[in-house]
Design a protein around this ligand. Structure first.
Ligand SMILES: CC(C)(COP(=O)(O)OP(=O)(O)OC[C@H]1O[C@@H](n2cnc3c(N)ncnc32)[C@H](O)[C@@H]1OP(=O)(O)O)[C@@H](O)C(=O)NCCC(=O)NCCS
Length: 176
């Protein structure tokens, strides 16, 4: 198997990250994501700025999985911006089609949860996932995420209303 590594993103990963997500959104059959292909076209500078911003953050992280100098997976955690929710971070993860079911998503999750366990700021990692995305739900449950509820009919695809599952994993940290 081609070796890959998981590491924090650096600014020069921005174009590779956009390419990864754009390719995922163009897949047929479509993957479980709310974005249509033409709804994701961020300027490279915005992603580069986000990578820089996150590298100094206590409650956000931007991880890349890389093989052959290509971005083959990415995981982001975006932390709350208020004092009231700064202990919360929202997770999203994508792996390139050819690399799925080979452990890359799990490696990204492990790295993110190791970071969450270490970071004094993070007490809650949350995510939303399409209720029918059984592979992603399997991975999240493997990493200790629990089902908290369902947003019924949150998104519409080809006229069909789709439910989103809310999941979270809590980390108990010492009180300041
Ligand atoms: C979801 C995703 C990030 C997981 O990454 P991955 O690299 O494929 O995951 P891994 O190879 O580490 O693990 C996949 C696991 O799911 C299992 N699996 C595969 N298909 C499955 C299915 N239909 N139902 C349940 N489990 C399934 C595999 O057996 C494996 O289990 P194991 O870890 O217990 O051996 C990746 O598949 C992906 O990017 N999918 C498309 C985009 C997406 O859905 N993102 C999540 C949005 S919330």
């Amino acid at each position: 198997m081609i070796p890959y590594q998981v590491r924090p993103a650096i600014p020069s990963d921005a174009a590779g990250y956009i390419g990864l997500i754009a390719a995922v959104l163009r897949e047929h059959p479509s993957v479980d994501t709310p974005y249509a292909p033409d709804e994701f076209a961020p300027p490279i500078a915005r992603i580069r700025d986000r990578i820089i911003e996150v590298s100094g953050s206590a409650n956000s992280i931007f991880l890349i999985a890389e093989a052959n100098r290509q971005v083959i997976g990415a995981l982001t955690c975006g932390g709350g911006t208020l004092r009231a929710d700064a202990h919360m971070t929202a997770l999203g993860v994508y792996v390139a089609k050819d690399w799925r079911d080979r452990g890359v998503g799990s490696a990204l999750m492990q790295a993110a949860l190791d970071w969450a366990a270490r970071s004094p700021a993070v007490e809650r990692v949350e995510l939303e996932v399409f209720a029918g995305n059984t592979r992603a739900i399997h991975v999240y449950e493997k990493f200790g995420f629990e089902r908290e509820g369902v947003k019924r009919g949150l998104y519409k695809r080809n006229g069909e209303l789709l439910d989103m599952l809310i999941m979270a994993r809590l980390f108990t940290k010492g009180k300041a």
